[in-house]
Design a protein around this ligand. Sequence first.
Ligand code: TXA
Ligand code: MG
Length: 360
Amino acid sequence: MPDPRKGPLPVTAETVRRAAQALKEGRLVAFPTETVYGLGASALDPSAVVRIFEAKRRPAFDPLIVHTSDAPSAFDLCSSVPPVARQLAERYWPGPLTLVLPKTAVVPDVVTSGLPTVAVRVPAHPVALELIRAFGGPVAAPSANLFGYTSPTHAQAVLDDLGDRVDLVLDGGACSVGIESTVLLVEGQKGVLLRPGGIPVEELREFLPVEKASSTPLAPRSPGQLESHYAPWTTLLLCEGGNAGVYRAASALALSAAEEGRPRPRLGALLFGPQPSDIDDVLDAAENLSETGDLRSAATRLFAAIRALDKMNLDLLLASTVPDTGIGGAINDRLIRASRRPSVPAAGTGTEPKDPIHGN
Ligand code: TXA
Ligand code: MG
């Protein structure tokens, strides 16, 4: 097995074959999808699936998405499939939509965290599809990050988080969508939005009525939807009012530091759209998600931008929400969760350094 610390493997027929072989042996393979990189294991091999939870330090109550190379293989894992679920699959697969449906006995309980449902999706990335076909079965794969941290949209980010906890990383370049799939629970003729994502909920409403999941932090409908998620180590503060709001907040922070005789805090910002000309004067670093205000490009860049700022040893990150239309809803969901402190501690091994803010 190649040493993942030596770097991600370029995609060739040979490396895909090796990755498929690794899955057959119960090992973990990180691979690109159009949304984010996934940390894959054979979905029907419970001991391989347990290794995913260990590598990510993911709590056992948070179920995994099962990836297949076509809709029939996905629906084979489901005990009943309403016609509207088939229509959605027809329209959006391969693509960033995950359907949650009643599971068959074939799906191990460890995959679904004991739930009677299973989440299935056909990813729209040629490398993901090639890998699943070469493996010849369903692949369970969460995002390939440490639990609670920002999802990886390029291969190096997987290694930064997981190092040698992953057996092999296939490098398929940057992910095009950049935000995870939309997770939709289909119950008869209606849908429940468990996670906003790559397919805007407005589009899904053309197929079926969709309500937003109502859940309490202690009993979430979608167990992965914790209040705090996607969070950088550096505290992220959300400001009202777009780039101008970020500018005002940065100026106020600098002013109060000066008044109190403290050094000015080192500030980083996520910007969106045209930026005030002198905003660089009040920031130490900035990533503009899209200067033209394009939401799709902003989604593509979001997680890489957060990771880049998070590596700079800044004191605080500032951001503002984006327009809530289309994929903007999913971007805002990520920004809001990234700005929250965790209320549920991640299950750690105890060997990693403790972080005072995140607790894991
Ligand atoms: O785009 C994506 O969906 C990526 C790529 C790799 O496919 N995967 C991903 O997986 O984001 P993960 O594990 O990070 O998020 C899966 C989400 C979690 O919020 C989990 O709670 C929810 O799906 N989920 C999985 N199975 C479920 C089920 N049976 N019922 C309710 N929610 C479920
Ligand atoms: Mg995730």
